[in-house]
Write a protein that binds this ligand. Structure first.
Ligand code: HEM
Length: 519
């Protein structure tokens, strides 16, 4: 007890000194912080924030204080950007200063600090980014489309067998396409050591251990981390230690698999990078191999953690169920352009604008990363007469941008037609310029994500109706879309019926349809 009292007083003393010191330093800066709601000393704006959906609070604040906001949380400066223009001005045009990431001790404690997305701006991150770019840049992604299409057809078959396992099938689809493009792993032919099942198990351990509340508290009071795991309230240290062991193991396993393949393996992130070194006649150093292992681990494990493509596809199913008219309109377009004797492919994309419109509206309606990934300011900066302090966390409120009423009237309604011109063609606003983030840290897997999601949406709509569940009297039940809270947003579990659109569409007919589409 005595020790605690001493530690507590010391910590409090340090905080007071820090607080006064920082205020003194700031008072020398001639520019004010951007406007924002008043907060309590040091703890800042902890009161009044909707903790499960802070983007909604920031959106409200913007109505009073404007699109560039200043907030403070437990001693941290936070700058919130609510408009695309400011996001471009800062994160894009001044990207040199805004491409860092804030440090989160929980990433290290859970063993996922290797993840390129969390890495500080610097040479190690640049090398990771190069690996990604080689494989996932716009003109490299078409190499993966045939595999994506075959897995999307497989998804149709899985949905036919067990439609009630929709979310498992979506997980399998998105995991299999990324495993293939990262490690040249074919989940269809490697069922015994199925990395997809292993990944699902690993995530069940890592995701619960990655607690944002712990990240905030440890960020503010780092000395707490030195307390033993048996100490009251510190049991998370044990969970994080287990998560750490799992993530390290998972980083190694698929990478080893990729290295064991022959020199003429199909394209993948690992093989693209190795081949490039071979062409240059360079023998890779250990640190280079480690970086490749980490970047490929990010492509697979990282995208499993935040479940981006998964969440978009689950949102698509949910939206189709509650908007049957939208679904039918898109299906009529598929019937008119593709017919019913084969499945749509990426080649049909220019003639299926409604599929793109549905994809865009799905991204817009419920952004899966509403506050994007946090950036951090490398140095002090001044923007529009406001001081943005070095080290500030920069949050781009993608939700706010996607729900801007002046641009997207009736923003809380799901209206894909908002992206279609009167002549039926697509408008230039593709949502990708917002939903994949900004500047040098923009999503490096965006082109791959687009083909993954588009391919699945088009095929699913060609074959299935997505309907509301029935009650015990056979009457359709009302469904209210509900979404998770947290950094990554996804629909909460929901029931739906997935039934073939055409009479007599049994497993055999579906197989024939798939075969006709790959011939
Ligand atoms: C529809 C699906 C996806 C969406 C909506 C999405 C969205 C985002 C967003 C908003 C960011 C933050 C950008 C920023 O900091 O400004 C991001 C970063 C990132 N995304 Fe995606 N993403 C998707 C799919 C993918 C896929 C399939 C991959 C892998 C192939 C991927 C890899 C990454 C990586 C590595 C980063 C971190 C980039 C960095 O820090 O340099 N994403 N994504």
């Amino acid at each position: 007890m005595h020790d605690w009292a001493t530690t507590g007083s010391l910590a409090l003393g340090c905080l007071v000194v820090l607080y006064i010191g920082r205020r003194a330093l700031r008072s020398r800066n001639p520019y004010p912080f951007p406007p924002g709601p008043p907060g309590l000393p040091w703890v800042g704006n902890v009161i009044g924030i909707n903790t499960s959906a802070p983007w909604l609070t920031y959106n409200e604040w913007a109505r009073t204080y404007g699109d560039l906001l200043y907030s403070r949380l437990l001693g941290k400066d936070i700058i919130i950007i609510n408009s695309e223009k400011i996001a471009n001005d800062l994160l894009e045009n001044r990207s040199k200063n805004y491409s860092d990431r804030p440090y989160l001790i929980t990433n290290e404690l859970c063993g996922i600090e290797f993840n390129s997305s969390f890495m500080p701006y610097g040479d190690r991150w640049r090398l990771h980014r190069r690996f990604f770019h080689q494989t996932f840049r716009f003109d490299a992604v078409p190499r993966f489309i045939p595999y994506q299409q075959s897995r999307a057809s497989h998804l149709l078959q899985r949905l036919h067998e067990t439609p009630e396992k929709l979310s498992d099938h979506i997980f399998e689809y998105t995991a299999s396409v990324i495993l293939n493009s990262t490690y040249n792993y074919d989940s269809a032919s490697s069922r015994k050591d199925n990395l997809i099942d292993i990944a699902a198990n690993v995530l069940n351990v890592i995701v619960p251990a990655l607690r944002p509340d712990v990240a905030v508290i440890l960020g503010a009071f780092p000395w707490l981390h030195s307390l033993p795991s048996w100490f009251p309230g510190m049991s998370f240290k044990r969970e994080m230690a287990v998560a750490r062991a799992y993530s390290k193991q998972y980083l190694e396993q698929p990478f080893e698999y990729a290295l064991q393949q022959s020199g003429n393996a199909a394209p993948s992130m690992v093989h693209d990078a190795l081949r490039r070194m071979e062409e240059k006649g360079i023998s890779p150093e250990e640190s280079w191999m480690q970086a490749l292992k980490e970047a490929s681990g990010t492509a697979f494990l990282g995208t499993r953690l935040t479940k981006q493509s998964n969440s978009v596809l689950m949102t698509f199913f949910l939206m189709m169920m509650v908007n049957p008219a939208v679904q039918e309109k898109a299906q009529s377009q598929i019937d008119a352009v593709v017919g019913r004797d084969r499945l749509p492919t990426m080649d049909d994309r220019p003639l299926l604008p409604l599929i793109d419109a549905i994809f865009r509206e799905t991204l817009r309606y419920s952004p899966i990363l509403p506050l994007s990934a946090p950036h951090a300011a490398v140095d002090d900066d001044v923007y529009s007469g406001y001081h943005i302090p070095k080290g500030a966390i920069i949050l781009a409120n993608l939700w706010s941008m996607a729900h801007d009423e002046s641009r997207y009237p009736n923003p809380d309604a799901f209206i894909p037609e908002r992206f279609i011109n009167d002549d039926g063609t697509l408008k230039p606003d593709d949502m990708e310029h917002i939903m994949f983030g900004f500047g040098r840290r923009i999503c490096v897997g965006r082109h791959f994500a687009v083909t993954t999601v588009w391919g699945a949406i088009a095929k699913v709509l060609a074959v299935y109706k997505i309907l509301r569940p029935l009650d015990k009297n056979g009457v359709e039940m009302p469904v209210e879309p509900k979404f998770s809270s947290g950094i990554g947003v996804h629909p909460l579990p929901f029931k739906c019926r997935i039934v073939p659109r055409f009479e007599g569409m049994d497993a055999e007919k579906l197989e024939q349809l798939v075969a006709a589409s790959t011939a």
